[in-house]
Each structure stands twice: as C-alpha cells, then as structure tokens.
Write a protein that binds this ligand. Structure first.
Ligand code: SAH
Length: 202
C-alpha cells in the first residue's frame, strides 16, 4: 500500500511513511471489507460515512508537518484511522466526531490498539475543541462549504490547517491554510477531493 499508492504518488516524508506502515488499517474497516483494507479507495464504515483513501490520509498528514509533542485537532474521527496515523507520529491527538456510535467505537478501537495519546469527543466539530486550544495543526476530514471561523481561532500562529471545502455531494477543493504570526492566513490549493459533508448539529 505505502510503496505503490503513496510513495509512488510523491509523498516522501519518512515519518508519514513510517506511520502509515505501522498502523494496522485492517483493524479500522468493517469485517466484510477486510479483503480491501489496503486497497486504493475509501471504504464504508456505517452511518453513511467512509474511511478515507490511504493516499489522501498520507497527503493530508504530510501537509500538516507535525513533530513529536505537537497538539493536533482532527474534525471527523470516523473509524479513528487518521487519528491513529497521527498518534504514531508522536503527537497529542484531539479528535471530534458528531455521530455518537462512531465516536464510541473509534475510542474503543484506539484504546484496544494501545493509542494512549488520542482523546475522542462526541460533538459538532464546527466549533473545534476550545478547551485544548490552541493547536499546532488542525485536520478536517469532512467537507464544510466554508472555512469554520472557530477552527481558525483555535490554530496557533505558525500553525497549519488542512481542510476540504466545497458543496456537499460534489467535488471539493483541499486547502492548506498556514496562519502567519500576524494572524492572517496564507492559502494553498492542494487539488480536488471528494469527502462526506460536514454536517451541523441542530
Ligand atoms: N478521518 C476518518 C474518516 C472521516 S469520514 C477516518 O480516518 O476514518 C468523516 C467523518 O466526519 C464521519 O465520521 C462524520 O460522521 C464526521 N462528521 C461529519 N460532520 C461532522 C461534524 N460537524 N463534527 C464532527 N464530525 C463530523
């Protein structure tokens, strides 16, 4: 998976490649998709949600440029796979999931696999997780139609935010935002992606 789908497409950060090799992706997919656990596409995880394509996980993780000890916020825990990849890199992961059942099962799975540096919250991630802010990096794995201001506010100066933005049910643009010391954002277009929509709590 790592050699053919990830390195071959240009992801080169050794820490990211090592983390992708270390996390047992088959523990994060439903039993009936076990034979496809390392295949080059997203997979259903129930509740209309998906575990992302391995390449996209690697691409987004590389863009965050995290180092051990960093504090990282993830919005959209899903299976917990992306959180586990970040945890393997030695960062402190705070991850928010809006569907209670997914939050609970991801938390259990991560605990069973021994990832003690991940904390899961069941809430609407549009609002981030203010109690632990500010974060060195923020990764959003569901697509809103605009950049949520609370996430910008919870990012440290110098911090990096990776997020798909666009209309639901369509192709979105993956953006990397880098917060300057003066608080302004520099934006980099990372290409077209397709994520499930970021839904709002009502
Ligand atoms: N990162 C996940 C895949 C994400 S799928 C993995 O590695 O498996 C997107 C997830 O975002 C879904 O689980 C969905 O329920 C969740 N989600 C959607 N809107 C959300 C919101 N407002 N806050 C938090 N999570 C949300």
């Amino acid at each position: 998976m790592v050699r053919e789908q990830i390195e071959a497409r240009g992801v080169r950060d050794p820490a990211v490649l090592a983390a992708m090799r270390a996390v047992p992706r088959h523990k994060f997919v439903p039993e009936r998709y076990l034979d496809q656990a390392y295949a080059d596409h997203p997979l259903p995880i129930g509740y209309g949600q998906t575990i992302s394509q391995p390449y996209i996980v690697a691409l987004m993780t590389e863009a965050l440029k995290v180092k051990p000890g960093d504090k990282v916020l993830e919005i959209g825990t899903g299976s917990g796979y992306q959180a586990a990849v970040l945890a393997e890199m030695g960062v402190e992961v705070y991850t928010v999931e809006i569907i209670p059942e997914l939050a609970r099962s991801a938390e259990e799975r991560l605990r069973e696999l021994g990832y003690t540096n991940v904390r899961v919250l069941n809430a609407d991630g549009y609002n981030g997780w203010p109690e632990h802010a500010p974060y060195d990096a923020i990764i959003v794995t569901a697509a809103p139609d605009h950049l949520p201001q609370p996430l910008v506010e919870q990012l440290k100066p110098g911090g990096r935010l990776v997020i798909p933005i666009g209309p639901p049910g369509s192709v979105q643009t993956l953006w990397l935002f880098v917060k300057r010391e003066d608080g302004e954002l520099d934006a980099f277009n990372m290409g077209a992606v397709r994520f499930v929509p970021l839904v709002r709590e009502r």
